[in-house]
Ligand binder design. Structure first.
Ligand SMILES: Cc1cc2nc3c(=O)[nH]c(=O)nc-3n(C[C@H](O)[C@H](O)[C@H](O)COP(=O)(O)OP(=O)(O)OC[C@H]3O[C@@H](n4cnc5c(N)ncnc54)[C@H](O)[C@@H]3O)c2cc1C
Length: 200
């Protein structure tokens, strides 16, 4: 068996939000694929991107080369891409969260915003830099919003001089009428907690 992946690690995507919020390190959720197959002697592991398939010749092409790799059986398990629901132009403002690189991009944008807020002379410009919008109040959006709150209220609490990180705003947006719409209304209510801005 040949196992190909364009990255050299298996990624536990459910905890990407913890990398994005500095709670976990990259290595905590990414494990080398080669190591996982160390004892499976009939498996060859290689980091390569599949860039072409020829079904008639029963072969694939990798990394845009024209050297075919033949197969008897081909299993494609390439995952999914982030959907912007037809608004792909939003991608540059709101990175998706599917890879380690995405989580690090989000993390550095958050930290950079705090650094910028610290050096602003005009205090009125800070709220704009320290307001974070999470789009999508499903499990990942709720986890991300909750961990951002932890990051601002606990981790960064005493780290800045010119503003109070605990006052940073997190806005969780969803087109539905409640957060976690896939779960029961009771659970949504519980998860919403006491800190929302309508005061309930
Ligand atoms: C932020 C987030 C939170 C999640 N939380 C949960 C959760 O709490 N519970 C839950 O059950 N699920 C959760 N999921 C979903 C779960 O992670 C996915 O369902 C699961 O990872 C899908 O596994 P997969 O093997 O199909 O795809 P993936 O894990 O995406 O793996 C696809 C692999 O294919 C590789 N690949 C893609 N294209 C190519 C190519 N052309 N050539 C070579 N390699 C390629 C990629 O590098 C990748 O390693 C979450 C997902 C995300 C993004």
């Amino acid at each position: 068996m040949i196992f190909l992946d364009r990255v050299n690690h298996h990624l536990f995507q459910p905890l990407l939000y913890e990398v994005a919020t500095c709670m976990l390190d990259n290595g905590d959720i990414a494990f080398p694929i080669r190591t996982q197959f160390r004892d499976q002697k009939n498996t060859i592991v290689a980091m390569a991107e599949v860039t072409g398939i020829d079904k008639d010749k029963r072969c694939i092409y990798v990394d845009k080369t024209d050297r075919p790799l033949s197969y008897d059986y081909l299993i494609l398990a390439t995952g999914v891409q982030v959907s912007y629901f037809g608004r792909d132009e939003w991608e540059k403002y709101a990175p998706g969260m599917k890879t380690i690189a995405d989580a690090i991009t989000i993390r550095s944008r958050i930290l950079k915003a705090f650094e910028m807020a610290e050096i602003q002379e005009d205090p009125l410009s800070r709220p704009e830099l320290t307001t974070f919008v999470v789009v999508g109040a499903g499990p990942t959006g709720c986890e991300l919003a909750g961990t951002l709150a932890e990051m601002f209220r606990l981790t960064l609490k005493s780290e800045f001089r010119r503003f109070d990180p605990t006052k940073a705003r997190i806005i969780l947006v969803d087109s539905g009428s409640r957060i976690l719409p896939m779960f029961s209304p009771e659970l949504s209510e519980k998860d919403q907690g006491p800190n929302r801005e309508d005061g309930r």
